[in-house]
Write a protein that binds this ligand. Sequence first.
Ligand code: GLN
Length: 284
Amino acid sequence: MNTIRALLADARQVLAATADTPALESEILLAHVLGQDRSWLYAHPEHAPTAAEITAFTKRLARRRDGHPIAHLTGRREFWSLTLSVSRDTLIPRPETEGLVEIALEVTPPDDADILDLGTGSGAIALALANERPNWRVLGVDRDAAALEIARANARGLGLPSVEFERGDWFSALPAGTSFDLIVCNPPYVAQDDPHLARGDVRFEPVQALVAGEDGLDDIRAIIGAAPGFLRPGGWLWLEHGRDQGSRVVDLLQGQGFQQVALRRDLAGQERYAGGRMPVRFLG
Ligand code: GLN
């Protein structure tokens, strides 16, 4: 009899060779297929799912065994306090990007601000900020139409209709004269020959959301070069970057006249975020 207990025991075997956490991942996939949460599985070990449910589970298990990201198999990923829909059209939101949300909340006045999330993808950063600060005006920009569809659907699903989304390649869609108190961005920053691209979830994610030229800094250079034209005096730019890129990103920010340039580390202790501020007032 295919009880939850038996299905999970089999599933752990299927995933044992390829998944980091076979027991947890088996539970996530079965709970998803049954429309329950994991605690429900523990409470009903003798429950027998229907044949259709078992087929749906087995299919996902096989794809997970082949390396497909869990988030693609469930269509969801938790980010900050939100559950986001994700697809193959966007980067899967990462826990380290929550650090960028924390920094944004810290450096920007809570009551009133204009925020730009560049390369918003699933809308993760923009939506987390709008959820925390209902008074902020938040705009998410992405050059990919399919990503924007996901971001807009997430905004609707989460009840955050005030967040706006616009299609454009970095700043290209923004009218001259548009300016923000904070620009936040998780750009592509992986070098094109990074061996890490051949392993794990990234194999199934859009390459244009990950890779930025020979040294991974092509997009960061473009963004830092253009950002001063879209920031108010005293406005901040904060970017996520690769763990070995910190000092180069600092140089780029200083080269563009940013002040209070700083690096922050992620929870794993890696340099992961760099930011700087436009001069508060121009002298002379
Ligand atoms: N941190 C991601 C990874 O290395 C990359 C995300 C990004 O390029 N913005 O998997």
